[in-house]
Design a protein around this ligand. Structure first.
Ligand SMILES: Cc1cc2nc3c(=O)[nH]c(=O)nc-3n(C[C@H](O)[C@H](O)[C@H](O)COP(=O)(O)O)c2cc1C
Length: 350
């Protein structure tokens, strides 16, 4: 079958990146009005993690479907889970445009979206129509105008609305596009944030619902060790590593001027893979199996997913590769994983 996305990609990439995104969402919304076929998944692709059953180890990372608008479509593509959000408690427009840029020759995206969000109330209402058979995570953040010291109040406000509608929650303290957000990763700020969220989880009777923490790739190795200890002793359920990077050296030298001219933002995609892997290996080493970890950052093939699982991650997520490769990528990865799992006797037991 011809790869339709490959054919139309040059046209799509002529458009400004955010226009192309909006067009794709419009088309996706239309496609969803028709009955979508279920993805052909084999049971041996299923993964158990955090007490949940995922039909595939591959999930869609946060930031693409911030408002939970295309869940049936992601399910039909073959994703085992989708992380919606980041959702902020109150609606906010995000940063001024342009705020999304593509570097196709390197499979890299720079974004400074800044948590454009319809707000937790609207997204929670939409989640009531969510399809069955797809694990949905809710990624939460704080509003831009909320001072850092009041961050907990924002996370709790969003949690109250979103948590009852999803299977797991991810606390995003690692986006580079909300000033001060990454400071919440320091042990001093992280401890009260995590214990506050766990108290709320208990208050709402959601103790069984996994609560994950999503980290940046720009932390020093010692910081990763310290964060690991805080995370383990807090009693949260796991980590997601990583978010986008501020490190422009992941771009090849010949394109660095171009990327610099785009201005501030987080980089994702192929060039992030090595950095994200180094972070996850350090975290896995520090965790010593005490908490599960979800791998993210520069993953774009079955080999990369298999490598992440072999490293010790329980699941893998991607975003940027989908923009460059198109929807067929998901089925292709699932199919190749299925083959490798069939032929690989030392497949990790989930
Ligand atoms: C345009 C864009 C928007 C993003 N928005 C969010 C977000 O709202 N919340 C979040 O936790 N991560 C967000 N991310 C980060 C991704 O979830 C992911 O962690 C990162 O892009 C690395 O994975 P990738 O290389 O597969 O894209 C965003 C990424 C991109 C490219």
């Amino acid at each position: 079958m011809p790869n339709l996305y490959r054919l139309i990609r040059p046209l799509v990439f002529c458009l400004d990146a955010e226009r192309a995104h909006n067009l794709a969402f419009w088309a996706g919304g239309l496609a969803q009005r028709f009955p979508l076929s279920d993805p052909k998944l084999e049971p041996n692709l299923a993964v158990a993690a955090f007490g949940l059953r995922f039909s595939s180890p591959l999930g869609l990372a946060a930031g693409l479907d911030k408002g939970a608008q295309l869940l049936p479509l992601w399910k039909a593509m073959g994703f085992g889970h989708v992380e919606i959000g980041t959702v902020t408690p109150r609606p906010q427009p995000g940063n001024p445009r342009p705020r999304l840029f593509r570097l196709p020759s390197e499979g890299i995206i720079l974004n400074r979206m800044g948590f454009n969000s319809e707000g937790a109330e609207v997204v929670a209402a939409r989640l009531q129509q969510r399809p069955s058979g797809l694990i949905v995570g809710g990624n939460l953040g704080k509003n831009k105008d909320t001072p850092e010291e009041n961050a907990l109040a924002d996370y709790t406000a969003a949690y109250r609305l979103i948590a009852p509608e999803v299977d797991y929650i991810a606390l995003n303290v690692s986006s580079p596009n909300t000033p001060g957000l990454r400071n919440l990763q320091t042990p001093k700020a992280l401890k009260p944030l995590l214990s506050g969220m766990l108290d709320l989880r208990k208050e709402l009777g959601l103790e069984a619902q996994p609560l994950l923490l999503k980290l940046a790739p720009d932390l020093a190795l010692e910081e990763l060790d310290a964060i690991t200890e805080v995370a383990v002793s807090s009693g949260i359920s796991g980590l997601i590593a990583t978010n986008t990077t501020l490190d422009q050296s992941i771009v090849t030298v010949k394109n660095q001027d171009k990327v610099q001219a785009w201005g501030q933002g987080g980089l994702s995609g192929r060039g992030l893979a090595a950095k994200a892997r180094a972070v996850r290996l350090r975290l896995l080493q520090a965790l010593k199996g005490r908490l599960p970890l979800v791998a993210c950052g520069g993953i774009g093939s079955a080999e990369a997913v298999a490598e992440a699982l072999k490293d010790g991650a329980v699941l893998a997520q991607l975003y940027t590769a989908l923009i460059f490769e198109g929807p067929e990528l998901v089925g292709r990865i699932n199919q190749e994983l299925r083959h490798s799992m069939r032929t690989e006797p030392s497949r990790p037991v989930f």
